[in-house]
Design a protein around this ligand. Sequence first.
Ligand SMILES: *Cc1c(COP(=O)(O)O)cnc(C)c1O
Length: 458
Amino acid sequence: MNLPFAESFKIKMVEPIRRSTREEREKWMKDANYNLFKLKSDYVFIDLLTDSGTGAMSDKQWSELMLGDESYAGARSYYNMKEAIKTILNFDYFLPTHQGRAAENVLFSVLIKEGDIIPGNSHFDTTKGHIEFRKAIALDVTIDEAKDTQIDLPFKGNHDLKKLEDAMAKHADKVPFILVTVTNNTAGGQPVSMECIKGVRAIADKYKKMVVFDSARFAENAYFIKTREKGYENKTIKEIVKEMYSYADAMTMSAKKDAIVNMGGFIATKHQDLFEKACMFNIMFEGYITYGGMSGRDMNALAVGLDEGTEFEYLETRIKQVEYLGKKLDEYGIPYQRPAGGHAIFIDAKKVLSNVPREQFPAQTLGVELYLEAGVRGVEIGAILADRDPVTRENRFPELELLRLAIPRRTYTNNHMDLVAAALKNVYDRRDAITKGFTIVKEQPIMRHFTVDLERVK
Ligand SMILES: *Cc1c(COP(=O)(O)O)cnc(C)c1O
């Protein structure tokens, strides 16, 4: 008999979670104005809102917390982080920041000015926010296939190199750098191939531009390269990661993802001049250059997390759990962005709730229904998240309208995944009866999804 796959860890510490009744959830959801971000976490049974900062640290990471050096300047912990970034990512210069968007804020303060154009594969919401806040344009050049959830491609997060080349031919003078997001979160946690990364580098070289990696899930991306791209099957994750970053000038990192810490981030670069310019903004916005908004203990845990996060055994356990949930949904016929992503399953809400008009936010509606069904919290990746057009102020309706179920690292078991899938099936079975969604009562001008208030359409 073939042995089944099993997790490459055992559990040393647990945190109780609480079930609730449907009546309780109806009240809590209404009190939260139907915004899942506004729910108390105690009201959530299985929390798939995000995999950001919600993972379980290892015993080794926890032990490093005790060894943190909290010196203001020149802390040992800073040098631990520096060494991990040099060894694993091969960047000579880095700046700690309190999280990924802070790294974007600091780096973009140096690189982006009004009127610039930043081509990339589906800019993440905070990335787009930081670009548009500077009155620049985030130009999406992702392959068109990413917009069809039912096409199964190994590297559905790729740039369309033809679109990128055309954009450069037209706007090169306005482009400060090309962005590579690994994995492509917005398109469904879909990876970018090494071939594509090389192609982006070649175009950047032709126009003498920099390449910046938005790196939150770089290790998951490397796992997909190893398991899906020809020529990489016998390379280690760490070798693949090194090759990926050999094509980069700089990176921003949300360490809350693939460095498996609860808080933290950084900028890394190969260029001394860029580093020096970024230092000023880091000191202004984040903190002195050897801590940048992080505690010494957290820098220690981050250094270990970078190492653990780039081990094959860990990545295999993680990504197979996401796949497991995907296979359950296949059994039930529930459509999601194919193939299963690295960190999440993205349910195709337009297909599931086809009776709910786009203007009434089907993905948000599905998210509320799933919460009411079983206390499972996902997040809308659709028209609410897409914000309004900065110029016309009209609602933007992106091609994809998804409910994302992000799986925290090393946190839930496959029994939890079974419950999530069953809850979704119950909602799916009554989908035809769901005909009304939500309208917006109150919103902010940028990144409105975090704080938006909604009411049911009557
Ligand atoms: C999470 C994320 C960010 C922002 O990082 P935070 O730590 O949440 O500020 C940027 N880009 C991508 C692709 C992300 O997934």
